[in-house]
Design a binder for this molecule. Structure first.
Ligand code: BMA
Length: 826
């Protein structure tokens, strides 16, 4: 039998010569905060005063008594699932371990050291910054780390890069015991890992590979029993165990499996396997839930380059989603429920893919379990971003251990579709001036890490998935040129970093758009959480301290000026920035989807936030959906009506992500803001082929007679596709930029009533309203839709789900407020 004793409780940390209670898993910042020794690092400009924490050493201590059963165990190990980062571990006065990488666990055979009664563990964490200073001095050059605001030591340390600062997050170089600590005792057998990989699916038979890493203290033979109810699996395999580590490998076939699909393409059935290892003297059981699916990245040469398509179960999937960053600067305070809220938000916005970006952390098991459950495909970066890294023997060894651990931990998850070596490093070397400044050996080191070590580990440990060296990238070989539009994946930053207009998205479409973005302010409630009323202005010191991007808020203002009338009031700028961000991303995504199948994926930068800051996210730190997240729900809908303005025509495209065809009625309407119909057309029997994007109607601007006397600054082009009376998708286009629109003073009716646990809000517009949004004045909650246009005479019902139960509240006391572009630009 295996016995486990969790050692997370009763840890102490030393501060000002006193031992204080600590929370494990946790971080020094959380401990200091909890002990009222520092103020909230996210409030005001507090971050600035906390640099000293990362420049000091910290000591943690635990006194514990081992459970009798553990103590009497034949083999006893201590496990530290995660230590951040440089630490000496002293057990009853003797050093047992030296840790130097936060991305893999540390374990030690403690049998000889453990005493009955009280034992002591001391962990001495050394400052990750100071640790590297001598190395940096000796090196003679500085490895680039543009985002590191704490002295540029980060490339040398296997610690979450974003801890040192990023262009959307604070520099809080924390340390601590960031994952569980436990004792484990066993008799003869211990299963280090159970892995179940999807090998192939052919004519309704799926091949799964079962692997076990078993440590045995004796030579013995065992029976391995694999059972699963749904598939009626019941297999017994004899296995001879040698003293030491054993690798059991066995493939198993499942006939007529229920296949796992990404969200929007089918269900996510999971198979619950139970594996028992039975020897004469021991019996060890393990469990794993897996989805059965086939994943393949199709990369085939064609006349425009080379495709880059995710195929699941042999069907091409248009990948829709965003880039995920760690959901907190201190991830140890996140609960599974926090992750679940975010994953549900991805599904609700019709996403099917998230890219785990390489400057953060490898997320915990339950993150990937949720992605398996909800059908979110994962592009998994290794944790390397925007820096050059060393390749000393020790560094490579450390990365090898990290990658081996992460690949074997994660390879059973159906959701993960590929491994990617790093974020933007190849691009940076080639195009950001680095190769001109640094010795060629730095590039040789890059090759060692991303073209030798990591691909070798991936092909050895997980040959079922593609290893893609860098994002953006266009080849498996060491690149000699930067990203190519037409081959591989692309990051397009001409809009935002380059100051280009939204229209530039049209000229920069690749096969898989893995990054592009636009900033906005977080919600007003989120701003209130880190400011005092006096700080609530665009350029206040506090607001600026929560804006980390080099181009800063000035760039948001530049885009606002380009497209909108810039409001005077702070609140209005905040709200309008979100509308602008939503419209920029709508432009990008619609362009990418219209270019299907040339383009087969689009992931905007970025999905979430790690603190309450101004950033590219569509969900802010509090979990509030920005206008962009509501817009995503529409621009990522499986069937999309897209309206595109050309020089002499307005084109209506219908885009269908699904594997089935539709016959729809396509309606076109040009209407004045007062509801006057200037042009109307209905086309019946329009066929949408499966997985297609096609032009369905072209409105010839000069010839259709839509010319003055109608003032196009007070009209909109509207199109919808309808099946059996139900609008599948609708969209609007304006003839001029929003700042030139002659919007009417809003005239509308709003009412609400209780509907189950929610409130149904009905808004009826009497005149056209541009991106109206409803806010609840007195309770927190989420709207089913927001920031939409309403035509004159149009009514819309949206559901408001309060965060807390409504029982005590009288529905009539709930106050809803309606705002639209007209109000923001007054
Ligand atoms: C991309 C990302 C991040 C960064 C973002 C915005 O390059 O990979 O490094 O936060 O752009 O600048």
């Amino acid at each position: 039998m295996i016995k486990k004793q969790i050692l997370n409780d009763n840890w102490l940390f030393s501060y000002n010569d006193q031992w204080k209670a600590s929370q494990v898993p946790g971080s020094i910042h959380q401990d200091l905060l909890f002990q009222n020794q520092i103020s909230d690092p996210f409030f005001g400009e507090n971050e600035k005063g906390l640099e000293w924490i990362g420049k000091r050493d910290w000591v943690y201590k635990l006194f514990f008594t081992p459970d009798r059963k553990i103590f009497n165990g034949k083999n006893i190990f201590i496990y530290f699932e995660g230590l951040d980062t440089y630490a000496d571990i002293i057990f009853n006065g003797q050093k047992i371990l030296e840790a130097n990488n936060m991305f893999h666990p540390w374990s030690f055979d403690i049998k000889e050291f453990l005493k009955p009664g009280e034992n002591e563990i001391e962990i001495k964490f050394r400052s990750a910054i100071n640790e590297i200073l001598p190395t940096m001095k000796n090196l003679g050059y500085e490895l680039p780390a543009d985002n590191d605001q704490a002295g540029k030591t980060s490339p040398h340390t296997r610690k979450a890069p974003y801890h040192y600062g990023w262009d959307w997050g604070p520099s809080l170089v924390t340390t601590g015991i960031w994952k569980d600590v436990y004792l484990l005792s066993y008799k003869d057998l211990h299963v280090e890992n159970l892995m179940i990989s999807n090998i192939s699916i052919d004519s309704n038979v799926a091949e799964l590979m079962f692997e076990l890493i078993i440590t045995s203290t004796i030579d013995t033979s065992a029976m391995i029993l694999i059972t699963e109810e749904k598939s009626k699996t019941d297999k017994k395999v004899k296995f001879v165990l040698k003293k030491g580590q054993n690798h059991f490998k066995k493939s198993l076939f499942i006939t007529d499996p229920e296949l796992w699909w990404p969200a929007g393409h089918g269900e996510q059935p999971l198979y619950d396997f139970n594996v028992v290892i039975e020897s004469k003297r021991s019996s060890v059981a393990q469990n794993k839930k897996i989805g059965i699916r086939d994943v393949f990245i199709k990369r085939e040469k064609d006349d425009r380059g080379e495709s880059f398509e995710i195929h699941v179960n042999k069907k091409p999937i248009f990948s829709k989603g965003a880039n995920w960053i760690p959901a907190d600067s201190f991830t140890t305070r996140l609960k599974k429920a926090d992750y679940e809220k975010l994953i549900i938000s991805a599904v609700e916005a019709n996403m099917n893919t998230l890219r785990i970006w390489g400057g953060g952390i490898y997320e915990p098991d339950y993150f990937y379990e949720l992605c398996d459950e909800y059908g979110i495909l994962i592009w998994q970066d290794f944790m390397f971003a925007c820096s050059m890294y060393p390749a000393t023997e020790n560094f490579l060894k450390s990365v090898e251990k990290e990658a081996e651990y992460q690949i074997t931990r994660l390879k059973s998850f159906a959701s993960i579709v590929l491994w990617c070596g790093n974020n933007e490093i190849a691009s940076a070397w080639i195009s950001w001036g680095w190769k001109e400044e640094l010795p060629k050996s730095v590039w040789d080191d890059y090759e060692k890490l991303f073209h030798k070590l990591l691909p070798a580990l991936c092909s050895d440990l997980d040959p079922t998935r593609l290893y893609w060296p860098s994002s953006p990238g266009h080849d498996l070989d060491l690149p000699t040129e930067d990203q190519i539009y037409g081959k591989g994946d692309n990051h397009y930053w001409g809009v935002w970093h380059g100051g280009d207009s939204f229209e530039a998205f049209e000229e920069n479409v690749g096969r898989f758009m893995s990054e592009y973005g636009m900033q906005s302010f977080p919600s007003l409630k989120t701003i209130n959480s880190f400011t005092e009323p006096k700080d609530r202005s665009i350029d206040s010191d506090v607001m600026n301290s929560h804006q980390k991007a080099s181009l800063g808020t000035g760039n948001i203002m530049m885009y606002l000026e380009k497209y909108y009338v810039v409001p005077e009031k702070f609140n209005h700028v905040v709200e309008l920035s979100q509308i602008m961000q939503a419209e920029a991303m709508k432009y990008a995504v619609e362009t990418h989807r219209q270019n299907m199948p040339f383009c087969m994926g689009t992931l905007y930068w970025q999905f979430n936030d790690c603190w309450p800051g101004i950033s590219w996210s569509s969900i802010d730190y509090r979990g509030d959906w920005k206008a962009l997240h509501f817009a995503a729900k529409h621009f990522y809908s499986p069937v999309l009506t897209m309206i595109k303005k050309n020089k002499t025509s307005i084109d209506v495209f219908l885009i269908n992500d699904l594997d089935k065809s539709f016959t729809v009625q396509l309606n076109i309407l040009i209407s004045s803001f007062d509801g006057l119909k200037l042009f109307k057309k209905s086309i019946n029997g329009v066929v949408l082929n499966p997985a297609s994007s096609a032009l369905k109607y072209s409105f010839d601007t000069p010839s259709e007679g839509l010319l003055p006397p109608h003032d196009l600054s007070e009209a909109l082009f509207y199109s919808e596709c309808v099946v059996d009376g139900e609008v599948l998708s609708k969209n609007e286009l304006f003839f001029v930029r929003p700042k030139e629109l002659k919007l009417r003073e809003p005239d509308y009716e709003i009412s609400h009533r209780k509907k189950g646990k929610n409130i149904l809000v009905t808004i009826k517009a009497k005149t056209f309203m541009y991106r109206l949004f409803v806010q609840c004045e007195n309770i927190d909650g989420r709207f089913s839709d927001n920031y939409f246009h309403l035509k004159a005479g149009e009514a819309k019902e949206i559901l408001f789900s309060p965060t807390k139960d409504l029982v005590t509240l009288n529905v009539n006391q709930i106050v809803f407020l309606v705002t639209s572009l007209y109000d923001l630009q007054k």
